[in-house]
Write a protein that binds this ligand. Structure first.
Ligand code: PA5
Length: 459
């Protein structure tokens, strides 16, 4: 391999520590990649079809997440409507509660964590809470103890409109709003399928404000649709900048030269390390609290998209790498021992933020207590964070453990849009290499059926 990084403005993919150059026989060689030529070319063609026609082999509905970055151009009225809805909510309500689970929740949590103040203390911006992402009564009751219904807008998000966690939370809150004599249309907004489902029916009956989970957008691919944009707009996130970041990544990842395409190359390395070298666990480890929930978003994307019993030809394959969420530096004090010395089956993907902007703080040049703490003198916190990351990379490399790194210049709407879209395209591409359908989730239907039957029979 001639180079070990793909750098674009604001974004870099560093993969030297995945190659045989750094980790010997555990690593990937140019020959390994060349041997995959047939599958790579097939995958490139499939993703081209996906982008141009929304067609995915073996999936009987359109797949349109690659259109989402272009909404500002293709649906300008929708973007304006979302922005003015966001402004109205921002000016009127003290709290916004986003109700949803899985793909109707995880990306929204990332948007708030990554782009808002960590304690959301700004007076002119509503404080956001999440509910409906479990049915633990203590969480919902705890939330209702904390907020004032009169000052709250609940955004209920469910594509199907029948998801247990979201709908149980909605029904309970609705009863409380009703008991308080408040008008539902002032306190509920719905995001659901355009035509189908219980929630669409409810929104019509109650004349609620509503948005759509667009056609061709499955839950885990939906953060850049109305599902994420509506909540983002209520706290003043620049949704156009978010989409522009995703658009930039779409342009970057259209390149058919895999050594110039970070998402395709990431997928190819992941595939080869998994299939050829037995690395079947993948640790996603951003070094920033603001991206902690990003790991969980990726866990869903990878698990539901690639964890499949059958391939597209009906063969039993029980496919898919197991994702593990981690956070630097926090989990260096818990998981890193395992990553460095446990089973040789993990690939670590680090995410590094170069510039922490205004929030970066510096330690005093001297400390009053001990020479043993002098290594901290005068250091920026971002230096501590990223030096810890670099040290982890080197330690793993020394142990011949594969790792790679996504590096962004700073964390803002634009680079977050890039990150979301990078992992979406990489996952779609890896699905093509594996020959599985990344857009369905048949494995969750069975438990849902059993659970609903059991609940029908409960008193
Ligand atoms: O990715 C998916 O399809 C799932 O995680 C769904 O988003 C999740 O089950 C919630 O579904 P719904 O939006 O129908 O409530």
């Amino acid at each position: 391999m001639k180079k070990f990084e793909i750098n674009r403005e604001n974004f870099g993919f560093h993969f030297k520590n995945l190659t045989e150059k750094e980790i010997d026989k555990n690593g990937i060689s140019l020959k390994d990649i060349e041997n995959l030529e047939y599958k790579i070319n097939r995958a490139i063609k499939s993703i081209k079809d996906l982008r141009e026609k929304g067609i995915a082999k073996g999936h009987n509905e359109k797949v349109l997440f690659t259109r989402l970055p272009y909404q500002s151009e293709e649906k300008p009225q929708l973007i304006e409507r979302i922005k003015s809805y966001g402004e109205r909510v921002r000016n009127k309500y003290k709290y916004v509660v986003s109700l949803g689970i899985g793909g109707s929740y995880l990306g929204n949590q990332v948007l708030i964590d990554a782009l808002c103040h960590p304690y959301q203390t700004k007076k002119d911006i509503p404080k956001v809470f999440f509910a409906g992402n479990n049915v633990d009564p203590s969480s919902l009751q705890g939330l209702l103890d904390e907020i004032n219904l009169e000052e709250t807008m609940f955004i209920v998000i469910s594509k199907s409109g029948t998801t247990m966690e979201t709908m149980a939370s909605f029904l309970y809150i609705f009863q409380k709003v009703n008991e308080r004599g408040l008008k539902p249309e002032n306190h509920f907004t719905v995001i659901t399928d355009r035509k189908k489902g219980v929630l669409r029916k409810i929104s019509k009956e109650l004349n609620l404000q509503s948005f759509e989970v667009p056609e061709g957008i499955g839950g885990r691919w939906s953060v850049l649709s109305e599902v994420g944009l509506v909540l983002a707009a209520t706290v003043g996130i620049d949704i156009e900048k978010l989409l522009n970041g995703a658009k930039k990544m779409d342009e970057i990842t259209k390149n058919e030269d895999i050594f110039e395409n970070p998402a395709y190359l990431y997928a190819i390395f992941s595939y080869l390390l998994y299939k050829e070298k037995g690395f079947n666990e993948t640790v996603i480890m951003p070094y920033s609290d603001r991206l902690k929930s990003f790991s969980y978003w990726y866990v869903q994307l990878l698990s539901e998209s690639l964890g499949k019993e059958k391939d597209r030809d009906g063969n039993i394959v029980n496919e898919g790498r197991t994702p593990i969420p981690a956070l630097g530096t926090t989990d260096m004090h818990s998981q890193t021992q395992q990553h460095r010395e446990g089973k040789y089956n993990k690939v670590i993907t680090f995410i590094e933020i170069e510039d922490f902007g205004k929030s970066n703080i510096t330690l005093p040049n001297e400390n009053l207590f001990s020479e043993k703490l002098n290594f901290l003198n005068g250091k920026k916190f971002s230096t501590l964070l990223n030096t810890a990351l670099h040290a982890n990379e080197i330690a793993l490399k020394n142990a011949k453990r594969p790792s790679c790194k996504i590096k962004i210049s700073k964390l803002d709407e634009f680079t977050l849009g890039m990150l979301f879209y990078f992992f979406e395209i990489a996952t779609a591409f890896e699905g093509e290499l594996l020959n599985v359908n990344p857009y369905d989730q048949p494995g969750v239907e069975d438990y849902k059926k059993i659970m609903k039957e059991k609940l029908q029979n409960e008193g």
